[in-house]
Design a protein around this ligand. Structure first.
Ligand SMILES: [Zn+2]
Length: 79
C-alpha cells in the first residue's frame, strides 16, 4: 500500500493531534470509512477539524493514533 502525503497550509510545527475525515453513513455521524488523515499542531487542531476536513466527510479527533514524525498540515489520503 502506498501512501501519499500532501501539505495543507504553511505551518511546520510538530503535529500533536490527528484528525480523521470519515464518510458519513446514512447522512448521520456514525463512524464511517476512513478517507483522509490530517495532522495538526495544538494551534491548528480546531482549524483542521473545521476547515481541513470538509463535507461530505466528518471530522473525528483520533486520540490514540501516533503523530510522531509528522508536521502540522501533513495530510494522508486513505486507499
Ligand atoms: Zn500548525
Amino acid at each position: 500500500m502506498t501512501t501519499t502525503v500532501r501539505r495543507i497550509g504553511a505551518c511546520t510545527e510538530p503535529a500533536t493531534v490527528l484528525i480523521e475525515g470519515r464518510s458519513q453513513i446514512d447522512g448521520g455521524l456514525a463512524y464511517g470509512r476512513l478517507e483522509v488523515q490530517v495532522h495538526a499542531c495544538d494551534g491548528h487542531a480546531r482549524t483542521a477539524r473545521a476547515e481541513w476536513i470538509f463535507p461530505p466527510l466528518t471530522a473525528f479527533t483520533a486520540i490514540a493514533e501516533p503523530v510522531a514524525g509528522r508536521r502540522c498540515g501533513d495530510a494522508v489520503d486513505a486507499g
